[in-house]
Write a protein of this length. Sequence first.
Length: 240
Amino acid sequence: MLTLGVNIDHIATIRQARRTVEPNPVAAAILAELGGANGITTHLREDRRHIQEMDVRLLRKTVRTHLNLEMAPTDEMIVIALDIKPDYVTLVPEKREEVTTEGGLDIVRNYYRLKEIVAHLQSADIPVSLFIDAQENQIQASADIKAQFIELHTGKYADAPNARIRERELEFLRQGCEQALDLGLRINAGHGLTYWNIYPITCLPGIEELNIGHTIVSRAVLVGMERAVREMKLAMRGEF
Ligand code: PXP
């Protein structure tokens, strides 16, 4: 069964815009689970621009599905992951200047360091997924360093400027899935997926979970707007 991991980071982005207490990403995770999310995904960034360490600790206590912690492969984050023990970790590259995670991890270039980190997390019973582009050498290297999962980066597919390039990117993803399956890797995918571009991705072979954030949070804000305004009108009458 193809499952959905809901990334709740941008609930925290809205909260951090005012450095206040609402909206609460933990409440959003509970509601996402009520809506059928099979997992909750969250990225604790080095610059703490949205999710804070306390959020991850609370999510660990409240999430009833599974908690996927996205993090950069840094010493600081490894200590936090070993302490919080998410259900699995997805290692992602991180640059301070980027708006969101831009490319996949370069496993080939950082082979020995990543191999050591994967083994370290796995020795604490934390399965590891590697967020990578669907490139043959990166997929092979992910299997060689014995990660259990890869997460294929769907950003280039999502951002394709036209149908021809979108088809080509979809084909790279399909080939990546086939190679990963042959190597015994489990496959997740995500980044940039929306209500409009998701369906072809669900038809790729072997994908277990899609991690989706921005489009769901965006839609939640809009579909909730009418009710939120109606409730403010009630509050103005002292009736909320
Ligand atoms: N997967 C990974 C590894 C990510 O870094 C992100 C963005 O945080 C996502 C999935 C979700 O991407 P989006 O917010 O575009 O759905």
